[in-house]
Design a protein around this ligand. Structure first.
Ligand SMILES: *[C@@H]1O[C@H](CO)[C@@H](O)[C@H](O)[C@H]1NC(C)=O
Ligand SMILES: *[C@@H]1O[C@H](CO)[C@@H](O)[C@H](O)[C@H]1NC(C)=O
Ligand SMILES: *[C@@H]1O[C@H](CO)[C@@H](O)[C@H](O)[C@H]1NC(C)=O
Ligand SMILES: *[C@@H]1O[C@H](CO)[C@@H](O)[C@H](O)[C@H]1NC(C)=O
Ligand SMILES: *[C@@H]1O[C@H](CO)[C@@H](O)[C@H](O)[C@H]1NC(C)=O
Ligand SMILES: *[C@@H]1O[C@H](CO)[C@@H](O)[C@H](O)[C@H]1NC(C)=O
Ligand SMILES: *[C@@H]1O[C@H](CO)[C@@H](O)[C@H](O)[C@H]1NC(C)=O
Ligand SMILES: *[C@@H]1O[C@H](CO)[C@@H](O)[C@H](O)[C@H]1NC(C)=O
Ligand SMILES: *[C@@H]1O[C@H](CO)[C@@H](O)[C@H](O)[C@H]1NC(C)=O
Ligand SMILES: *[C@@H]1O[C@H](CO)[C@@H](O)[C@H](O)[C@H]1NC(C)=O
Length: 313
């Protein structure tokens, strides 16, 4: 309220200069509302502007926790709860000393600017309770996004480059995120689309990128929301089309070489099995007309004979 009064007085005081107005805003503590961050499902405490001294109690006060300047979230008068918004049923608690408003569990719909207004019932001012203080607190609610999922589709590939469409997607987070990305040390602009049922619902986000890859690159996709970041990296390899035309011939050469080598081996194996027989048969034919079997049976006596001859000598 004090903040608005100063704002209304702004045109009148314009001659005093911006500096003085700024001074007023700062003095009243409404230049920057205190910001509290919380994640969905957690418990958060919104600080109030007054702490009740130990000599007094909540019974001497009227406390309003409001939202967006009008809606009453929770109100206490003389120590008794006098009002509570349906949206906050069973989720709020008021600290009876420092008047902190506790909300648990936090929901996305709780996002917004709150205001704590404290009146002292014992001190009246112009026949109404004196406003002890009045201060805004902004609650920014965050819901975590999923780890980004990167997929790539090659749409054309030539000798110099590979043209691909890269998609990065993440879902279920809040608030509306930004997608940024890097490849090696360059930054990228993603063509981003968001899907959400309302401005206070979880978002699904998809970024698309048309890339012309001339060498292998390490691509990073980051989803940023309310100061939090979720990132995924993917190594994109250039599919080399230059080698492709020469690859089949080289494969053929290797295959042909292998086949020839195998045939050669087979030939040698077969030769090894049959050639000695033929050779021996051939030579035995020259030296001895006897059959192989006969020659075999004849051998031992020949040897023994020679041995005996040697021993006799
Ligand atoms: C208010 O008191 C509670 C404990 O009663 C404490 O946890 C909280 O930090 C206090 N808040 C402020 C703003 O002092
Ligand atoms: C709030 O809590 C009371 C008592 O535990 C319960 O009866 C009531 O149904 C709850 N209300 C909501 C909206 O959860
Ligand atoms: C959520 O609350 C913050 C703090 O009040 C505000 O800046 C932001 O615009 C709100 N977001 C939405 C979607 O209302
Ligand atoms: C990533 O997206 C692809 C295609 O949409 C899907 O098949 C895959 O399961 C997703 N991976 C994860 C981890 O969500
Ligand atoms: C692939 O790119 C080449 C050179 O840029 C182009 O000539 C060709 O038409 C493209 N093919 C397709 C299917 O887009
Ligand atoms: C990184 O950036 C510097 C300067 O902007 C540039 O000279 C360099 O070539 C870049 N390196 C890569 C791998 O893109
Ligand atoms: C972004 O995507 C939309 C729809 O897919 C398309 O119409 C638009 O031309 C794209 N913009 C850029 C800069 O690629
Ligand atoms: C967001 O994505 C999730 C998981 O893929 C899906 O279940 C949900 O319906 C999507 N939400 C919207 C608003 O499209
Ligand atoms: C991709 O880069 C190559 C070589 O730099 C170029 O010839 C081609 O036209 C580019 N394609 C696109 C879609 O930018
Ligand atoms: C890609 O880059 C990110 C960050 O720059 C790094 O954490 C990651 O290990 C890199 N991945 C590969 C496969 O090089």
């Amino acid at each position: 309220m004090g903040c608005l009064a100063v704002m209304a007085g702004w045109p009148l005081k314009r001659w005093l200069g911006l500096a003085l107005v700024m001074l007023h805003l700062v003095t009243l503590g409404c230049a920057l509302p205190k910001e509290v961050k919380s994640k969905v499902g957690e418990k958060v405490g919104l600080p109030c502007c007054h702490e009740i001294p130990s000599s007094e109690s909540l019974r001497n006060y009227r406390v309003y926790w409001q939202r967006n300047s009008r809606e009453v979230v929770l109100a206490y008068s003389q120590g008794v709860k006098i009002s509570e918004d349906n949206q906050y049923t069973n989720r709020t608690e008021l600290d009876s000393k420092n008047l902190t408003l506790w909300i648990s569990p936090v929901e996305i719909l709780d996002n917004g600017t709150y205001q704590c207004v404290v009146q002292n019932l014992r001190i009246s001012h112009d026949f109404s309770p004196r406003v002890v203080c009045d201060a805004p607190v902004s609650l920014s609610v965050t819901a975590d996004f999923s780890e980004p999922n990167i997929t790539s589709n090659v749409i054309n590939t030539t000798c110099e480059s590979t043209e691909m469409v890269v998609t990065c997607s993440s879902y279920g987070g809040f608030p509306k995120p930004k997608i940024s990305g890097f490849f090696n040390n360059g930054s990228l602009i993603w063509n981003t689309t968001w899907v959400s049922e309302s401005s206070l619902s979880p978002y699904n986000v998809t970024g698309k990128l048309h890339l012309n890859v001339t060498k292998d690159i390490n691509l990073t996709c980051s989803v940023e929301y309310n100061g939090f970041v979720k990132s995924t990296s993917l190594l994109l390899t250039k599919t080399n089309d230059c080698i492709a035309p020469t690859m089949p011939p080289s494969y053929n050469v290797i295959t042909a070489t292998s086949i020839i080598f195998i045939i050669f081996l087979l030939a040698i194996t077969l030769a090894a099995r049959y050639f000695p027989r033929h050779a021996c048969f051939h030579c035995s034919k020259n030296q001895d007309p006897m059959d192989e079997d006969e020659k075999e049976s004849m051998k031992p006596p020949t040897i023994s004979k020679t041995t005996s001859e040697t021993s006799s000598v």
